[in-house]
Write a protein that binds this ligand. Structure first.
Ligand SMILES: Cc1ncc(C[n+]2csc(CCOP(=O)(O)OP(=O)(O)O)c2C)c(N)n1
Length: 283
């Protein structure tokens, strides 16, 4: 199983990108969302792209509160709609580095249709999908990533629908960059976000970050949950994505993380600009 490396997050510098006047934030003690926001802020600082060129967009939910705490241009939009707003912004302002930070319910359940079509078009956006396997903000209802058998508010006898394997889905749809990490892998997460900024096309990192209050293993105290994540994680960049679905309840099933896909294929926005250029006689 993996050994975790100590991060080099420069807390004082990162603070410059946070709206500290809005603290305390809404996230529960032990929740991974704050760590993800910190990693994103660190990646922004390290990216070499001016801060005013970064825009962060979310829908609704606990994870979706991220832009509210970041001193960057941001949009907190309708539930399920951060991807179309990000695509619209990137299409009219291609010089911006547009990143969606939101939850699994927002991006993959209510927003699932936008997700698949943005990847089909290869829209040039970054998506940081914080997967806690349920609708956290509204009290723990099941969604499109809830594992089979999970007891949730809306599946008191166990969840029977089945769930998306996010990296497998994104890779099959053709995403240029696909990764999965946890909030414990801060260094790897910062690196993955930096890689996403460089990709021309759809880039996604799924963060496995179980909700400690309503989630799949909510009988565990928070520290035990973090221990479970640490002990069960295996880093395998070459993993067979069809086999990396997540089952937190099965102690033998690893949580496979890594940077799985990094391919070069021009984005919708690049292809669009080429056509415009041609139509204008090469200018
Ligand atoms: C159109 C619409 N439907 C439903 C809701 C209620 N709602 C708010 S947050 C949320 C779930 C968010 O879940 P997720 O995206 O997984 O984020 P989390 O809170 O778990 O981080 C729902 C259903 C809403 N705000 N708008």
């Amino acid at each position: 199983m993996s050994s975790l490396r100590v991060t080099t997050i420069r807390s004082e510098e990162v603070k410059k990108l946070l709206r500290l006047e809005r603290f305390p934030h809404i996230w529960c003690p032990g929740c991974g969302i704050g760590t993800v926001v910190k990693c994103y802020a660190e990646a922004v600082l390290k990216s070499g792209i001016p801060e005013e060129k970064h825009v962060v967009i979310s829908g609704i939910g606990c994870a979706a509160r991220a832009p509210g705490y970041l001193k960057l241009d941001g949009l907190h939009v309708l539930h399920g709609r951060p991807i179309p707003v990000a695509v619209g912004l990137k299409s009219v302002k291609p010089d911006l580095e547009v990143t969606v930070i939101s939850g699994d319910g927002d991006i993959l359940t209510i927003g699932g249709n936008h997700f698949i079509h943005a990847i089909r078009r290869n829209d040039d956006i970054n998506v940081i999908l914080i997967n806690n396997f349920i609708y956290g903000m509204t009290g723990g209802q099941y969604g499109a990533t809830t594992p089979l058998g999970a007891i949730t508010t809306t599946s008191p006898y166990g969840f029977i629908e089945g769930s998306f394997n996010v990296p497998y889905l994104a890779a099959a749809l053709g995403a240029n960059f696909v990764a999965r990490w946890t909030p414990l892998h801060t260094k790897e997460l910062v690196d993955a976000i930096l890689k996403m900024f460089k990709v021309d096309g759809f880039a996604i990192v799924e963060i496995v970050s179980p909700c400690l209050i309503y989630g799949e293993m909510n009988n565990l105290p928070p520290l035990e949950m973090l221990k479970l994540l640490k002990e069960r994680v295996v880093i395998d960049h070459e993993a067979d994505l069809s086999k990396i679905d997540i089952d937190l309840r099965d102690p033998k099933k690893p949580i496979v993380v890594g940077n799985f896909v990094n391919r070069v294929k021009p984005s919708y926005q690049t292809r669009y600009m080429e056509i415009i250029k041609k139509a204008r006689g090469g200018k």
